[in-house]
Design a protein around this ligand. Structure first.
Ligand SMILES: [Zn+2]
Length: 404
């Protein structure tokens, strides 16, 4: 007797190179069987015929420290309503305010919540000013200390490499981030932004480090000033540096993504960079971000990989997350792949794309518990309203930030 059997869905699990109709059996918080036709008795069966079933989506770039940072949003209902079972905060907290993040955000969340700890000890508390304009905020020892003290939550070190964030400090803060990452055997997530030499950033990063905002279009991007992807980008990929979409308010351009895909440069990971100013318009959710890439020509299996296996590997959790292998935690997402419609999408430059495909969330299972998007709608809307209040106050910040 198992707790739950999901039947009839097309299961897409890139970790097992699987794309076929399968049943999945779950007991407690574990997947116990994945097979063509599971006959075991179950307390509950859900028919997912005609749907797509994947490992739970993993969003490695979002800002989740609501109430303590200008960017933070309440995220739990949003994640669980949209197939996201693991979400990673990208540096909202640094060593000085991580403990509050752990107690107030991570502990109460039903979504598995992890963190890149910012190399700036104050994290991303105050949007209007760059967090490392004063390099005294960077402290590799204490950043490493936090990551070692909370290894269950902390997956790496965050830094934003743009002139707005770093002032006149140039590449120096990145070396401090490398120090903290080396001391903890964790990856760096480096935000790309204008005003800092991209080839130099890439040369400083190590295999396994993650570059986020890979399809941005604000200067010092993957094309430099030319039409071809910079050799330094290919060299970094060759060495094992990973590239993440990190959509955000202004860090994703349809044009850059299109040109990159035309040159066979596909991101390793799709993430949202959800925050108070990007939440609504243009990001909305991870499946909506994934749908944009789908309509830009990335095949469905590729998009699923970029939202499951890819991110799991990037945070060094692929042994447990982003897979439906029996024995793994029962984190799953079901979607309806809508085709032949006229779905409207916007990038970070207010460009409109109308595409025929859309991944619409049907249900989410996190550690064996089922979440229905309709049942979460009220909570999600209340969270959204609160984020909009912060967005109204932060409008000027995002414009400054976009200009670099
Ligand atoms: Zn971000």
């Amino acid at each position: 007797m198992v707790d739950l059997i999901l039947t009839g869905a097309t299961v897409i699990d890139p970790s097992q190179e699987l794309c076929a109709v399968r049943d999945v059996a779950i007991t407690g918080d574990r997947i116990v069987e994945l097979a063509e036709d599971i006959q075991a008795e179950a307390k509950q069966r859900i028919d997912l015929s005609g749907r797509i079933l994947t490992p739970g989506f993993i969003d490695i770039h979002a800002h989740l420290y609501a109430g303590s940072t200008t960017w933070g949003i309440r995220f739990d209902a949003l994640c669980l309503a949209t197939g996201v079972t693991t979400v990673v905060d990208a540096g909202s907290s640094g060593w000085a305010n991580f403990w509050g993040f752990e107690e107030n955000m991570v502990a109460p969340a039903r979504t598995q919540t992890l963190a890149f700890v910012h190399i700036s000890g104050i994290g991303l508390t105050f949007g209007p000013l760059g967090e490392l304009e004063d390099i005294r905020y960077a402290c590799p020892d204490r950043t490493a200390g936090i990551i070692k003290a909370w290894p269950e939550t902390c997956v790496g070190v965050k830094i934003r490499m743009g002139r707005f964030q770093l002032g006149d400090n140039g590449i120096a803060p990145l070396h401090l981030a490398v120090e903290a990452a080396e001391a903890t055997n964790t990856p760096i997530m480096a935000h790309l932004g204008p005003g800092i030499d991209l080839p130099e950033v890439l040369r400083t990063l190590r295999p396994g480090d993650v570059v986020t905002h890979c399809y941005h279009d604000k200067g010092d991007d993957i094309f430099g000033d030319g039409d071809r992807i910079l050799p330094a980008v290919w060299e970094a990929r060759e060495r094992g540096v990973l590239f993440d979409v990190g959509h955000g308010g202004g860090s994703f351009s349809f044009d850059t993504a299109k040109r990159a895909l035309a040159q066979d440069f596909t991101a390793d990971v799709i993430s949202t960079d959800l925050h108070s100013s990007s939440l609504e318009d243009p990001v909305m959710s991870l499946p909506e971000t994934a749908s944009k890439l789908l309509n830009l020509g990335v095949p469905l299996v590729g998009v699923v990989r970029q939202c499951t296996t890819g991110p799991a590997e990037s945070i060094q959790r692929a042994d447990e997350l982003g897979t439906l292998r029996p024995g793994s935690v029962a984190d799953l997402a079901a979607f309806e792949l809508q085709e032949g419609g006229q779905f409207e999408f916007r990038d970070g430059h207010d460009q409109l794309m109308v595409g025929p495909k859309n991944l619409s969330p049907v249900l989410t299972i996190r550690a064996g518990t089922i979440y229905d998007p309709d049942e979460l709608a009220g909570e999600r809307e209340a969270d959204r309203q609160r984020a909009l209040r912060m967005k109204a106050l932060s409008r000027g910040d995002i414009e400054t930030f976009l200009k670099g």
